[in-house]
Design a protein around this ligand. Structure first.
Ligand SMILES: [Zn+2]
Length: 142
């Protein structure tokens, strides 16, 4: 079985420009951002779901999410930032930190009145866009 992509990123096997990293976690831009700045924070060690994370790692993810949220409000001029573990796409605990330009940037189908919706992937960001996001947020975290 192929090794988990987030484990490979966290260990440096797959080279990704990191916004933040320490002994417990790594943060990098989502390459299909809902909005510019959309960041993922992963544990360095493999845990399938967020409820499996050791307390110190979970706390660190939340703390760095808070710092990113403050930075994103400044950088992207948004009133709020979403922080979510959705667990829907990849079985390695990862938080999404998303600048909220509109209420629907992160929502539930249950809030939507229309019965028939068509979903699509958000466009893949270019390497230049991802590098800019990384540089901006890395600088903002100091
Ligand atoms: Zn993993």
């Amino acid at each position: 079985m192929a090794r988990c992509i987030f484990c490979q990123i966290a260990s440096g096997e797959v080279a990704v420009d990191l916004i933040y990293h320490d002994e417990l976690i790594a943060a990098f831009p989502d390459n299909h951002p809902i909005r510019p700045g959309h960041t993922m924070i992963v544990s360095r060690e493999h845990f399938p779901y967020f409820e499996d994370l050791p307390e110190a790692t979970a706390n660190r993810i939340l703390h760095v999410g808070q710092r990113l949220a403050s930075a994103m409000k400044e950088l992207y001029k948004v009133p709020r930032v979403a922080f979510a573990f959705t667990g829907g796409d990849h079985p390695h605990a990862h938080a999404h930190v998303i600048p909220m330009h509109e209420k629907t940037d992160l929502t539930s189908r249950r809030y939507i009145l229309e019965e028939n919706l068509t979903f699509r992937s958000t466009p893949q960001a270019s390497p230049d866009e991802l590098a800019e996001t990384t540089a901006q947020l890395r600088r903002a975290l100091g």
